[in-house]
Structures are given as structure tokens and as C-alpha cells.
Design a protein around this ligand. Structure first.
Ligand code: ADP
Length: 318
């Protein structure tokens, strides 16, 4: 059954560069870096890699430009065993990020969307057959609303499920929300959305405020989604479905080394397990295990766990 899962990702590709420095530079200052890395990244690419590593068949649309940085994409997809046809070449620059990481692990970065910002609805409609076939179509917010709406319309017309992770957060278009089956957000994204809905700002949710999360999720579910999942970092995650009491899955205790990408690993685990038709208790345990394994491993690309690692982790921890 597992190899029959088909997922489609509408997402970003970013050439991510990082310089390790003793301290973050001041305005106008040039520093010598100890190390430099240029790697394939982007939330869409990471989500596709994470789903593929869990054994799903993955297709999608990842936009790249026609500049030098686009050359990173083909080998990156090959290494991740993702189909090369996922790349959508658009004239101009590839998305690129530049970051500094200091000796304490503190960082600052800027991401230029490049081709991700030029992806249009027609680029996505070309993949109609693959979207219609996918059990779940997934999207994040490093691409614009129109391509996501186009993909979700096709998926829903085919009777399939859609999953939106609105990260980095921007105000949700009501058309997009109406087409979303599963909404997955972290504590600060949920607070931003709750603030938008209430017209007043609020602080991030935490594991002590499960009733507040339920109230927020119920308000969201009146606008389209059937399932709302809020992740709370070390506070675990909450699964809300209309008509059910919320299910809180505590986080698995691990020694966290690098939590960057935990949300992507969690979303991938959630999508794969839901597509397999698992009950919500197993879905949440599986997704949380994916997040915990990622958090206890250095890096992002190589840290996304495969199925054997997640299964062994769950055997040890349940
Ligand atoms: P994001 O990366 O989007 O901010 P979170 O930080 O909420 O997302 O993490 C997503 C999920 O990953 C959490 O709900 C939890 O299951 C798992 N996770 C995150 N951080 C840790 C940690 N330090 N230890 C164990 N699991 C973690």
C-alpha cells in the first residue's frame, strides 16, 4: 500500500547560501567567514524531499530560473530521487537565500523569491493529470496564491485532498481557504491567523491553551478546512476535526540539535500517513516522530528521516 501513495507538491526551490561567522556583521562591515555552503533548499523542495524519503511517489512543480544557480536543481532532484519533470523553468533569476550563522547558532537571512514569485496558474494547470492522480496536493507560501489555487481547484474537482502549510505566513485568501482540506500551521502562524480573524493581535498558542486552539480551529473550519493541525514545537501538536474532541500529541523527548525543518518533516509525515488512511492517533504519532528525528539531527536535507528510521523511533518511544 505504501508505495501506492501519490503526493503532488506546489512549492519553492531556493539556492540557499550560508556563511558561518564568529558574530553577525554590523551595517557596513565586512567579516571573514569560517565556512560557506551553497545548497539546494526552499520549503517546497524540502517538503518534496521529506515525503519522498518516507516512501511516497512525489510529483510537483518547483520553479527555477535560467541563471547559474538553476544548475543546482537537476542534481538535487536526482539525489533526492525526485522526478526531474518537477522543475518548471521560467526566464530570469532562480530563488536565492543568503544567511549568516554566528558562533552561538543565531542567524539572520534574506530570501529573494526569484522564479518562485513568477510561478503562475497556467504553469500548474499543465500538470493537471498528475494533480488529479495525487492522493494529496500540498502547498506552502513561498509561491503566490494563484498557482496554489489553480492546483487545489484541480485536486478538489478530482475529489482529492489538499494540504496547506501557510509558511511564511501571509493573510489567507478566502478562495484558497475554501479549497483547503487540511490546514497545518505552527504556533506563531496560528496566532497570526487568529489575529487576522479577530482583528486584534494575540501571542502564539501553546500547549496550555488547548481550548483556545480548539476555538480557533472551529472558526477556521467554518471557512473550508475539514482538519486543522497546530504544531507547538516542544509543546507537541494538536489535531482538530469537526465533531471530534481535539487530540493533543505531546512531543517525543529527544536531545534537540537543530530544529530547522521540523515543521516540514512533521507536515510530510502527516501527509504520508493520512494518505495511507491511518487513524488520527497513528497519523499524529508518525508526524511527531518525523519532527523529533529531524530536530535531533544536524542539517535539513540529510536529516529528513526515511521510513525505517521513523518506524524504529516509534518502536523505541511508544
Ligand atoms: P516549525 O518548524 O514550523 O516552527 P514546530 O517547531 O512546531 O514547527 O515543530 C513541528 C513538530 O516537530 C512539533 O509539533 C513536534 O512534534 C516536532 N518537534 C519540534 N521541535 C521538537 C523538539 N525540540 N523535540 C521533539 N520534537 C520536536
Amino acid at each position: 500500500m505504501r508505495s501506492n501513495i501519490h503526493l503532488f507538491v506546489v512549492g519553492s526551490f531556493v539556492a540557499a547560501s550560508a556563511a558561518k561567522v564568529e558574530r553577525l556583521p554590523k551595517p557596513g562591515e565586512s567579516l571573514t567567514a569560517h565556512a560557506f555552503a551553497l545548497e539546494p533548499g526552499g520549503k517546497g523542495f524540502n517538503l518534496a524531499v521529506a515525503c519522498r524519503r518516507l516512501g511516497a511517489n512525489v510529483d510537483g512543480v518547483l520553479p527555477v530560473g535560467d541563471d547559474m544557480l538553476s544548475g543546482l536543481a537537476v542534481p538535487a532532484l536526482e539525489r533526492a530521487r525526485l522526478p526531474g519533470e518537477m522543475l518548471r523553468r521560467l526566464p530570469g533569476a532562480t530563488g536565492a537565500g543568503i544567511g549568516f550563522i554566528d558562533a552561538q547558532g543565531e542567524n539572520c537571512l534574506a530570501v529573494f523569491p526569484g522564479a518562485n514569485g513568477r510561478l503562475g496558474a497556467d504553469d500548474v494547470r499543465e500538470k493537471q493529470a498528475a494533480i488529479s492522480k495525487a492522493n494529496i496536493t500540498l502547498a506552502q507560501f513561498e509561491v503566490g496564491d494563484e498557482p496554489i489555487i489553480a492546483a487545489f481547484e484541480i485536486a478538489r474537482e478530482a475529489g482529492k485532498t489538499t494540504l496547506l502549510n501557510p509558511s511564511p505566513f501571509r493573510k489567507l485568501d478566502h478562495r484558497l481557504l475554501a479549497l483547503t482540506t487540511i490546514l497545518v500551521l505552527n504556533a506563531s502562524e496560528a496566532a497570526d491567523m487568529a489575529s487576522d480573524l479577530a482583528g486584534a493581535s494575540r501571542s502564539p498558542f501553546d500547549a496550555h491553551g488547548l481550548t483556545e486552539i480548539q476555538t480557533f480551529a472551529e472558526a477556521v473550519m467554518t471557512m473550508g478546512p475539514a482538519i486543522v493541525v497546530v504544531t507547538l514545537g516542544q509543546g507537541g501538536a494538536v489535531f482538530c476535526r469537526s465533531g471530534d474532541l481535539p487530540l493533543h500529541q505531546p512531543c517525543f523527548p529527544v536531545i534537540a540539535i537543530d530544529t530547522l525543518g521540523a515543521g516540514d518533516a512533521f507536515a510530510a509525515g502527516l501527509a504520508v500517513s493520512l494518505a495511507e488512511g491511518q487513524p488520527r492517533e497513528e497519523v499524529m504519532a508518525f508526524a511527531s516522530a518525523c519532527g523529533a528525528v529531524l530536530a535531533s539531527t544536524w542539517g535539513v536535507f540529510d536529516a529528513f528521516p526515511d521510513r525505517a528510521i521513523v518506524d524504529a523511533f516509534l518502536l523505541d518511544h511508544c
